[in-house]
Design a protein around this ligand. Structure first.
Ligand SMILES: [Zn+2]
Length: 480
């Protein structure tokens, strides 16, 4: 039976523990939503942009943002150690009283993606103006993820003001180049951790959030506490042919071979399967869906095939059940009457946990079935090991969420995208992607898109959840 009953009970147990903690008395942050909105709007006004071309990088806005945060959060800046990694990534350390406890790590990033000139006009408010209007904070970074920067800092400052002293050492890492891969930020912090023998028990990074109108549970408030992510991997295909005059073409050209290879990849996807985190997601969701779906979600050993097929039908859900391939760049040829020697294609691959780079290359070799096409893997690697819902971090987040939002459904699961947290695979035991920002499904397109904005009204609750998470991380094993 693919779904172990132990696992199902464990998920149920986690939730009942969580419900046991619901007190409704968790006041959390002291600042009002409006005050937090002002602070976030201020952070948005610094144009801390990560450009594809590193020559366009400007350090000044990052320096100014750091000064701004220092003025907003004086206790953090006087009590915690602050290390500037490659000048702009901010690594805070809040020393715990019990060195035997493994540390915890909270993460976010201060950089944002640029807004192209053509898209500017489509914004209701200019993306770096930090406007608060119609109940929203508008601007680049409002969702991804200056809001996370502000929420974690608010939580730390609130706890410091209360006199909280963590038993476990807590790190906060605010990267400055996540949007271009994190090489100078998170990668470097991970290297420092490795070098210094710092091995956090768990980390929280962006990727999941609290969402209203989530397609799986459209009538609920759902907290996506993401336990798994896919690996980012890129493969180059090179086809060779014989160059010559296009008036006397050979039977097969480099471009023709390459086109056939891409067609075969699209027609022959990798096998689909329901991995642990996706099964756990359905198991939790099953309590909140109609009878028919509940039966399927709770009996995946029997109904897994049906669920898998329905996920595969939708572009949004298909990536949850298999490794995907997308042809993203193609090149070859210089002139309309010259047959080129070479043609190249880039295939971006998102590897499902459990599949390996070797599996991907073996699959491509088999389906392309053409020894004249070179297949070469270029970037990055394996998906981090999924975090367990019965570990330390998932229950900790679930408790903190339910203490503030008892009506929420806390859902584990998988995201198809990659986050900075992947650089900590092998260093941190449990990697969780969750920032307690709250959005409606309609707003999600704002991340990297137009009219990025976050509702003001939920910000105080978001800080209260962040406070609960940091408190529980720092003082493990106690009722909060
Ligand atoms: Zn981000």
């Amino acid at each position: 039976m693919p779904l172990k009953t132990g696992m199902r009970c464990a998920v149920g147990a986690v939730l009942s523990i969580c419900i046991g903690f619901v007190s409704g008395a968790e006041a959390g942050g002291k600042a009002t939503s409006e005050e937090i909105a002002e602070r976030l709007a201020g952070a948005i006004r610094f144009e801390t942009i990560s450009f594809e071309d590193s020559a366009d990088f400007e350090g000044e806005p990052f320096r100014q943002l750091s000064s701004y945060l220092q003025a907003l959060y004086p206790l953090i800046h006087t009590t915690l150690d602050l290390e500037r990694v490659n000048a702009y990534t901010l690594l805070f350390r809040w020393k715990g009283s019990e060195p035997a406890l493994q540390p915890a790590l909270f993460m976010a990033h201060t950089d944002v993606v640029p807004v192209e000139g053509a898209a500017l006009e489509a914004w209701t408010h200019p993306p770096y103006a930090g406007v608060i209007e119609d109940g929203y904070v508008w601007g680049r970074g409002a969702i991804d993820v200056k809001v996370g920067v502000i929420l974690w800092l608010e939580a730390f400052e609130t706890l410091l003001a209360e006199g909280f002293e963590p038993r476990r050492t807590i790190y906060l890492s605010l990267g400055h180049d996540e949007e271009i891969g994190g090489a100078k930020g998170a990668v470097e912090v991970a290297r420092l951790f490795r070098e210094r023998g710092i091995r956090p028990a768990f980390l929280f990074d962006e990727g999941g959030f609290i969402i209203d109108g989530y397609p799986l549970l459209p009538d609920m408030t759902t907290a996506l506490v993401v336990t798994a992510e896919k690996a980012y991997y890129t493969v180059e295909l090179t086809a060779r042919g014989v160059s010559g005059h296009s008036s006397m073409p050979p039977r097969s050209t480099a471009i023709g071979k390459l086109a056939r290879a891409i067609y075969r990849i699209e027609e022959n996807p990798m096998p689909a399967r329901l991995i642990g985190p996706v099964r756990e997601m359905f198991d939790v969701a099953s309590a909140h869906v109609s009878f028919g779906r509940r039966f399927a979600f709770r009996n995946l050993w029997l109904m897994g095939g049906v669920v898998k097929r329905s996920l595969l039908r939708e572009r949004l859900s298909a990536p949850l059940v298999r490794t995907t391939f997308a042809a993203t760049i193609i090149s070859g040829g210089v002139k309309d009457n010259v047959i080129p020697e070479l043609a190249r294609a880039t295939i971006n691959v998102r590897i499902l946990p459990g599949d390996t780079r070797e599996d991907v290359l073996a699959h491509l070799t088999r389906v392309i079935d053409d020894p004249e096409i070179e297949i070469e893997g270029t970037s990055w690697g394996e998906a981090p090991v999924p975090a367990s819902v019965t570990g330390q971090a998932f229950p900790l987040a679930a408790e903190a969420i339910l203490a503030v939002l008892p009506e929420a459904v806390v859902l584990p699961g998988l995201i198809p995208g990659a986050t900075d947290s992947r650089h900590f695979a092998g260093i941190v035991e449990e990697i969780i992607r969750f920032v307690p920002e709250r959005l409606h499904m309609d707003q999600t397109s704002g991340a990297h898109g137009r009219n990025e904005r976050i509702a003001v009204e939920h910000l105080a609750d978001s800080v209260a959840i962040a406070v609960g998470m940091v408190r529980r991380a720092g003082d493990p094993g106690r009722a909060h």
